[in-house]
Design a protein around this ligand. Structure first.
Ligand code: SF4
Length: 331
């Protein structure tokens, strides 16, 4: 992999669940000991079922969810921040460099503000421009990159379609000139025909503005289309991470294989069988001992309920957390 823009080492986000007079208070382990590097300039996918902790991990990297353990670094060549101990001034600077594109383009935009004001707001709140002219110039510049024209800037959000609203959200996220963007299910609420348009826009912005994306999605076909790397999250832990082509061609973890087998195929000759996972994802307040996936894993063995597998180098550039990935590879 290239140099990491964001580097996580055993990062955890735990939330205490009330108090106990005797014994340890229960803890919700939303993210547990996640270690990944997000290479500079990459489109890095993060996938998993709902409830796996994808959004929490994205928010922890943005410092919008509390980090309770482990290490997290952001290093873009200009600054090198320890994300677990950012002081107030550095946190303000980091907010300019790391931004979020929301999932729902309808809920994310204030209906009472013009598009110009919506896009300008982060500049004004962070004090990044000194005059109205300077703000307008920057707003027009980023709006044009997101294919919005001057006429669009005068209108209110209700006048726009879902795809156009998402372009407004993207312009608002990029107006501060970030290097790192978390796109959290950013095309999930859009029609399929509009999704491709927004994905192409994100890819061209990535190249134009030298951005690094953490692309959070439950939709593996979308991830296959845009991402360079994919990390698979299950119950707050990474079970597999690999370059996208490698992961799709030779998935090693049984959970990754189950997710991939559920992607619908348009090929009438495709004889793949969907691997149904039995049961619901367990609660992060009471995760299974040993391998967290063992209660649903179709190839679990006795050892899996006792020993926790670590994310280890497999072959090629893949890392996998499974005791038996070699034995269970399809022939
Ligand atoms: Fe399945 Fe065991 Fe591998 Fe976990 S360690 S994925 S339970 S085979």
């Amino acid at each position: 992999m290239n140099t990491a823009l964001v580097s996580l080492d055993t990062l955890s986000v735990h939330y205490p669940l009330g108090r106990r007079l005797i014994g340890k208070a229960p803890v919700l382990k939303a993210i547990d000991r996640v270690s990944i590097d997000i290479p500079k300039g990459s489109f890095f996918g993060l996938v998993g079922e709902s409830g796996s902790g994808k959004t929490t991990l994205g928010r922890a990297i943005l410092r919008a969810a509390p980090i309770s353990g482990g290490a997290a670094r952001y290093s873009d060549g200009e600054v090198d921040y320890d994300l677990t101990t950012l002081a107030k001034d550095n946190l303000r600077d980091y907010r300019k460099r790391a931004q979020l594109i929301f999932q729902d383009p309808y809920a994310a935009l204030s209906p009472r503000m013009t598009v110009r004001d919506i896009i300008a707001e982060p500049l004004e709140v962070m004090g990044l421009t000194r005059t109205r002219e300077e703000t307008d110039t920057r707003v027009r510049e980023i709006a044009a990159k997101c294919r919005l024209n001057l006429e669009h800037l005068r209108r209110f959000p209700h006048a726009f379609s879902g795809g156009q609203r998402q372009r407004i959200s993207i312009a608002r996220a990029l107006v501060t000139g970030p290097k790192f963007v978390v796109a959290d299910e950013s095309v999930a609420a859009l029609d399929v025909s509009i999704q491709a348009d927004i994905l192409n826009l994100l890819k061209s912005l990535q190249r134009d503005l030298d951005l690094t994306f953490l692309f959070i999605s439950h939709d593996l076909s979308v991830v296959a289309h845009v991402c360079d790397y994919v990390a698979v999250l299950y119950l707050g832990s990474i079970v597999e991470v690999a370059p996208t082509r490698e992961l799709f061609a030779r998935p090693k973890h049984p959970y990754t294989r189950a997710l991939l087998s559920a992607i619908p195929s348009l090929d009438p000759d495709d004889t793949r069988k969907t691997q149904r996972l039995e049961g619901e994802i367990p609660s992060p307040a009471n995760p299974p001992a040993g391998c967290r996936f063992h209660t649903r894993c179709p190839v679990a063995q006795d050892r899996c309920g006792a020993d926790t597998p670590i994310l280890d180098h497999a072959d090629g550039n893949a890392h996998v957390a499974c005791h038996f990935w070699r034995e269970n590879l399809p022939g």
